[in-house]
Design a protein around this ligand. Sequence first.
Ligand code: 13P
Ligand code: SF4
Length: 312
Amino acid sequence: MKEVPSGIDLFEEIARLKRDRNAVILAHYYQEPDIQDVADYIGDSLGLSQEAAKTPADVIVFAGVHFMAETAKILNPSKKVVLPDLEAGCSLADGCPADLFGALKARHPDHFVISYINCTAAVKALSDVICTSSNAEKIVRSVPASRPILFAPDRNLGAYLVKKTGREMLLWQGTCVVHETFSERRIVELKVEHPDAKLIAHPECEEAVLRHADFIGSTTGLLQFAIKNDATKLIVATEAGILHQMRKACPGKTFIPAPPTSSCSCNECPFMKRHTLEKLYLAMRDLAPEVTLPEELRLGALAPIERMLELS
Ligand code: 13P
Ligand code: SF4
């Protein structure tokens, strides 16, 4: 395993490498606080894709999970995209293998295929359009009423969209290992304990949790709600990493992370948290591990991503 030389100041070294390599650090809100603090841009999946699409940098250092870095590479074939830990996957992407998804699609040839961005490039290439949690409703509504829809891979986001839009959809039965652990019973107990608190939740949570929410949105949506809403106390049902930006933006407010079923730290994404400041430094120093993909696959996945960016 590669080691960081002793005695170096990681923050200074990362800043120097950023200049020397003309690199940009894109980070998701679920990253550890130190990584968020060195990032040039922090955002949700849509914001990160939009930022990746327009960056003038030569190197994109992606502090997020693999499908996010892969999307950045699909949009930037000539740039180097590095991911500090290549094993940073996602249970939704892992739970939807392209061969099985292709077989389901083949059984429903008349269906319009919408895939949540949390999937592999191979699944994207089988899709008509991609969506994220912040534009999913708009994307579903853009599909002509006459077309049946196949939605993958998150069944909770899918069920939320069916309820919101009234459109029936055939759903792939995938889930997020983090969001499915929130306990309805413990959230209701927290609401009773803090009657003045508002519950805000990510649509990857189960319906049993979402039905108690005062606001449902993407990570950026949740952060914006926390900033703009009058509530001074909020229960947050998403990965706990987002609390760092919420606390920075609203020092006078109280944020309570929603409790999982047991006393585990399952409200932390084990994939997002594979990255550390040390691995980020090494990735910038060595320009590795790099995210690459075959050109034919890239072009197949690019078309539905571009359709999403046009619609967003
Ligand atoms: P957002 O696009 O809302 O940031 O969601 C990404 C994700 O992986 C949530 O678990
Ligand atoms: Fe995937 Fe869930 Fe982690 Fe988001 S929080 S990256 S959906 S496993």
